[in-house]
Design a binder for this molecule. Sequence first.
Ligand SMILES: [Fe+2]
Length: 402
Amino acid sequence: MIHYMKLGKVPRKPHTAFYEDGKLLMEHCHTREGFEGAYSILYYRVPPTDENAVEKLAIPGFCPFEPLAEQPLYRRHIMTGELKLKGDFLDARRVLLFNADVQMSMVKPTESSQRFFSNGDGEELYFVYKGSGRVESLFGVLPFRERDYVLIPRGTPYRIHWEGENPEFFVFEGTGFIDIPTEFRNRHGQITDYAPYSHRDFRVPETLLAHSEADHGKSPFKLVVKRADVLTVHQHEHFPYDVAGWDGCVYPYAFNIHDYQPKTGLVHLPPTIHTTFAGNNFVVCSFVPRKVDYAEGSIPCPYGHASVHMDEILFYVDGNFTSRRGIDTGSISLHPAGIPHGPHPGTYEKSIGTDRTSELAVMCDTYKQLKLTTVAHDIEDKDYHLTWVAKEGGGIDVPGAR
Ligand SMILES: [Fe+2]
């Protein structure tokens, strides 16, 4: 939830008769936390309950995914550029990392889709690594562009459509809410003036969704639902996203990472300063091009650290990554709790005296241990853990690395 909004027509009072062309519309409450949390109220032209068939579906690697059987503790580097996928935004989705609070996936669709998807397990936070297009959902049409975050609330039927270059996404699926951190809001719910963004930075659905046979096909209309890590396909007689209007506080929204206003200090500030979204037991942070620490003698490169309660992943998007060698755009590093990590040899010294960084990266810190899937293991740089020491002499032996 960012703020209250309204799209299309709604009656003056909720739960009262509302007609369009003499026909009574069906009110539909989309609620969270039972009836205690944020909600939206929609007005359907045809009730969305007209299903005529339900069947099971499996998309191996997405739902279900296969956990890596053994995961010795070492630093990991997953090269998502090596992941070759095809199909629509569901067929071309693979879970790479997961714990009980969050699943992280790459989505590399090659085909647009007429089917819709609703995630009954949690919120989805897409990061648009490549491409642009639109998210079509029950709440309307939300255009997205490269480097956007797109938040899709739990239980929202949507599909991803684009023209031109195939998009690529890095997706966080959180079992709890994903929202902007509470400390960035005042007691009235307004985003504070010292937050790294303002209400004006968040984009919302612009128009209601209208059925088009060319875009959405003919009856029956298929909705894929994920619940308890099982997919079912629900078949509807009528286009189930034909609403006359809605209002409320639940809807998808977009935020571009370049609208994030980073803070810098006299000396290096901890990664917490880059927090953008908060989930249940995890945070998502944005590292954007910025001026760096400016006190005389300050070292802009991140210091080595052992964040003993959290696993940390970085998804490298663009620019120079001052603290890492061997990392490319599209790389994911996993630096787990239990062992320290820090800049590669040479990068620490090299950063002294620099005044800007061009890095663009998305970070996620989790309280619970992140596990790899077999798909992630297949595209790992299995020497990564060894890259902090000289190769001469053979380095160190990492069980399971080779
Ligand atoms: Fe770190």
